[in-house]
Ligand binder design. Structure first.
Ligand code: AMP
Ligand code: MG
Length: 321
């Protein structure tokens, strides 16, 4: 299904970029997903390739699962200060800020709990309560201190999975902007970032996948440089004894969040904010989501409820399919 949606999305976006302009495209597998970069105005093939290389090098810093990454070093640091790349420190600090603003719905210290569920393996399983309790002992955003480019993380296990695609997309988009690219689209496994106006002046149009099945619930349209991220219970899950367990955890319980929301899509000026808030809104549910978004006036959201109905928050041009 994901392939179909990706193809549909690509088609929609291609149809909407306006004909007659030279399009440069480059793709790779990174961040555990497919990444595609399209330049519609300005830039050369090398710029698209360099943006992919930028994504790769950011992943080397930020992945909790890569030996030698800053995050792996922090997770093994036993509370000792670790000098990290300025990018790592900056992203971690912003993720912690948003974590606090969401009152912990976004919590980048859930690595131990996430690993317990084994979502990424062929044999995910429902952990025992005692295992969850043990894993949650390694949670605690307040145990991380970022001072300049030195980070101290004590008795905590960090996972930037909820913000990394968006945050890394920001870096790649900034590189393209510096190279003089004036119109581009970056798709990091469904995390979309746009750069500039489309040459034909029309809006960007991004489809939102239906979390309950095939196809899309609708599209969002916008102009200029934005980021769109979706967190969905349908993106990664397994079933055991008739119950579906997805990969977005309630930090309070260590179990998959059940907030009545099946998917949360956030539009924001930058990728990190869109990615962080989409995860947080999914966890916190509709009422809290509404309150939180009031603090982010330049962001908007489309929530798909578990009953399939849709709620928009903030200023968003959403068209139902
Ligand atoms: P996303 O798909 O952006 O919503 O991110 C989900 C990923 O972030 C999961 O695969 C975990 O690695 C991690 N994660 C799960 N639950 C949370 C949470 N409540 N806060 C922060 N990260 C989480
Ligand atoms: Mg996210």
């Amino acid at each position: 299904m994901r392939k179909m949606i990706a193809a549909l999305l690509a088609l929609l976006l291609m149809c909407c970029t306006g004909c007659g302009h030279r399009t440069i495209q480059a793709s790779s597998f990174a961040l555990d997903t497919e990444v595609t970069i399209r330049l519609y105005a300005g830039g050369e093939e090398q710029d698209a390739e360099d943006a992919l290389a930028c994504i790769d090098s950011c992943e080397r810093l930020l992945s909790a699962h890569r030996e030698g990454s800053d995050i792996s070093a922090l997770n093994a640091s036993d509370g000792q200060p670790v000098p990290v790349d300025a990018l790592t420190a900056q992203m971690l600090a912003r993720a912690l800020d948003i974590g606090r603003e969401t009152e912990g719905a976004l919590d980048v210290t859930l690595l131990a709990a996430s690993e317990l569920w084994n979502y990424k393996s062929d044999c995910p399983r429902v952990p025992r309560q005692a295992e969850i309790d043990e894993a949650l002992r390694w949670k605690g955003m307040e145990r991380i201190a970022v001072e300049g480019s030195v980070v101290t993380a004590k008795e905590v296990r960090i996972d930037l999975g909820a913000v990394a695609k968006g945050a890394i997309g920001d870096e790649a988009r900034a590189l393209l902007r510096e190279r003089g690219v004036t119109c581009a689209l970056l798709n990091l496994g469904g995390n979309i970032l746009t750069l500039g106006q489309k040459p034909d002046g029309s809006d960007w149009v991004v489809a939102i996948e239906d979390p309950a099945g095939e196809g899309c619930v609708g599209t969002v349209a916008f102009s200029g440089s934005r980021a769109v991220a979706t967190s969905s219970g349908a993106q990664r899950y397994f079933e055991a004894e008739g119950v579906r367990y997805h990969h977005i955890l309630d930090p309070e319980t260590g179990f998959p969040a059940r907030s009545g929301i099946a998917s949360a899509t956030v539009l924001a000026p930058d990728g990190l904010t869109a990615d962080a808030l989409s995860t947080a809104l999914f966890v916190m549910g509709e009422e809290c989501a509404e309150q939180l978004l009031q603090r982010y006036p330049d962001c908007a959201a489309v929530l798909v409820r578990e009953d399939g109905t849709v709620r928009t928050l903030g200023a968003v041009d959403f068209t139902c399919d």
